[in-house]
Write a protein that binds this ligand. Structure first.
Ligand SMILES: *Cc1c(COP(=O)(O)O)cnc(C)c1O
Length: 398
């Protein structure tokens, strides 16, 4: 292994953002402008985001309400709150996700019903959603795992049959398509994107709640900023000086700053280009790893787009070594990896609250035991990609 483990190369991190000069200049412009919190740049980012999504369907962007928030977690919380989810309600989601997907349900005092994933795509299994529905179920919260669309036609059909809301956790899914439309334009009550540092585009921290429902949009806007009613504000500003406002609910502090939006304004037009580079790297991984004892991640169906936020591989039993050893060897070779995810059923909070056991989630559990995520990001050079391939091959042979 030593011969193929170059130690003179710098460590290749698991993820790095790609921030260009235009982003930097826009942030500087914001800093010099005198307006650093939510203002004109956040509004422009929202309008640009609606136009970006609407371009995939040819619809009027005015019908897509885009609400910039300071994280996807905040956006998911606002979406469920606006839909009236509360104590006594249940929301069905996948165990194979990050805790943010599920924690927002608990913020509202509702309960989470975790179900297993499909063994191939690792996306939520629609058949298990149907089996988990109870009279308390109010919503389904699918995740587009790794950037591959969940089976949204099946999920929307179940939701329609049972009168449930659908909120998509699209933290990995910019830009992902489903039926040729970008995620964000499907027939869900709301869709939420993340611009966290390691996502497919970033504002450092940030997120976007997208909905076609004007009532959901209005409520989310009020709750995004302390429960200040914009309607009341607008209504009264015409008649009295601008110090007047009305609080209609105990809202949150979830607004996106203009400093962050300045990054988003220039990241968004690059999103399709970023996706192309990620897809190129995924194709190189597919080709370079095909003969190794690994299960490679599922591709998007023909004609659809995978955002390739993650490239998770699973070690087959015949490899003769475990995932932990493989990660250690890659680390020794200067390559950062991660695991997506330690499933929620294994986390003490979720396990204890709902008395969960690994046996209830055989597919997620098996995937978790065998999986590691390889670095996949636009700043990786072809040489970086080759280095990952060589190191993985060497580590499996050692
Ligand atoms: C990153 C992530 C989130 C949370 O995003 P933030 O913007 O960090 O709040 C939610 N769900 C999934 C699946 C994620 O990967």
């Amino acid at each position: 292994m030593a011969a193929s483990t170059p130690t003179d190369l710098p460590f290749l991190p698991f993820a790095l953002p790609e921030i260009g000069e235009a982003e930097i200049a826009e942030v500087v412009d914001t800093l010099r402008s005198g307006w650093v919190t939510t203002g004109p740049k956040a509004r422009r980012f929202e309008a640009d985001f609606a136009a970006f999504l609407a371009a995939s369907t040819g619809e009027d962007p005015a019908g897509l309400h885009c609400i910039a928030v300071n994280s996807a977690t905040a956006g998911l919380h606002l979406a469920l709150e606006a839909l009236g989810i509360g104590p006594g309600d249940e929301v069905i989601t996948t165990t194979h996700t990050f805790t943010a997907t599920a924690e927002v349900v608990r913020y509202l005092g509702a309960d989470v019903r975790l179900v297993d994933c499909d063994p191939v795509t690792l996306n939520i299994d629609p058949a298990l959603i149907e089996a988990a529905i109870t009279p308390k179920t109010k919503a389904i919260l699918p995740v587009h795992y790794a950037g591959l669309a969940a089976d949204m036609p099946a999920i929307h059909a179940i939701a329609a049959r049972h009168g449930l809301q659908v909120v998509e956790d699209a933290a990995h899914a910019l830009p992902t398509t489903c039926g040729g439309r970008l995620v964000g334009t499907l027939d869900s009550a709301a869709t939420v994107f993340s611009f966290y540092a390691n996502k497919t585009m970033t504002t450092g921290e940030g997120g976007m709640l997208v909905t076609r429902d004007a009532d959901v949009a209005a409520r989310a806007k009020v709750m995004r900023l302390h429960g200040i009613s914009r309607d009341a504000f607008d209504r009264f500003t015409a008649k009295v000086p601008s110090w007047y406002y009305e609080i209609v609910a105990p809202g949150f502090k979830y607004n996106l700053t203009d400093i962050a939006a300045a990054l988003g304004i220039h990241q968004l037009p690059r999103a399709h280009g970023f996706q192309q580079r990620r897809a190129e790297i995924a194709a190189a991984f597919h080709a370079g790893l095909a003969d190794l004892p690994l299960i490679l991640p599922a591709d998007a169906p023909a004609g659809e787009r995978h955002a390739w936020h993650l490239y998770p591989v699973r070690v087959r039993p015949e490899a003769g070594l475990g995932r932990d050893t493989l990660i250690e060897r890659l680390f020794a070779a200067g390559i950062g990896c991660s695991v997506h995810y330690i499933p929620l059923h294994r986390q003490p909070y979720w396990r204890e609250r709902y008395a969960l056991t690994p046996g209830q989630f055989p597919h997620s559990e098996a995937a978790y035991q065998a999986m590691l995520s390889l670095p996949i990001y636009t700043r990786m050079t072809d040489a970086d990609v080759q280095r990952v391939l060589d190191a993985l091959r060497a580590a499996l042979r050692a």
